[in-house]
Design a protein around this ligand. Structure first.
Ligand SMILES: NC(=O)c1ccc[n+]([C@@H]2O[C@H](COP(=O)([O-])OP(=O)(O)OC[C@H]3O[C@@H](n4cnc5c(N)ncnc54)[C@H](OP(=O)(O)O)[C@@H]3O)[C@@H](O)[C@H]2O)c1
Length: 97
């Protein structure tokens, strides 16, 4: 039997990250979905589960390195392996001029 794949998506509560999580929801993977906002994170988990998938929400504001480390430790402590990391969290900043 093949082990379930685990995919971590940062910035999964909006935009491209959320669409990616929704597209992967019915693919049989375990999604670790990250965001800053617990209400949106829990809503995403509910949407993934409604589509027949599995997801766990991790909350962290990446403006804080302490929060980054705390999330990394929580994930490393809870999951034996991660197969794919989609580093999506961030904002697009237009350069002036
Ligand atoms: N859309 C484009 O055309 C485009 C083009 C080039 C590159 N990108 C890059 O692709 C990525 C996604 O873009 P998007 O348009 O889908 O963005 P988006 O809709 O604004 O979503 C960004 C995601 O990142 C999270 N996030 C933002 N700042 C964070 C922080 N300090 N700590 C933790 N999470 C944070 C947001 O969380 P909240 O829900 O809490 O806000 C949200 O889940 C970004 O890295 C962006 O720079 C986008």
């Amino acid at each position: 039997m093949t082990a379930q794949r685990t995919i971590l998506i940062t910035g999964a509560t909006d935009g491209l990250g959320r669409r990616t999580a929704e597209r992967l929801a019915s693919s049989g993977v375990l999604l670790l979905v990250h965001g800053r906002n617990a209400v949106r994170g829990n809503a995403l988990v509910a949407a993934v589960e409604a589509a027949g998938g599995s997801a766990i929400f991790y909350q962290a504001d990446f403006a804080s390195l302490h929060a980054v480390r705390r999330m990394a430790e929580a994930i490393a402590g809870a999951h034996a392996h991660i197969d794919v990391v989609i580093n999506n969290a961030g904002i697009a900043v237009e350069s002036g001029g």
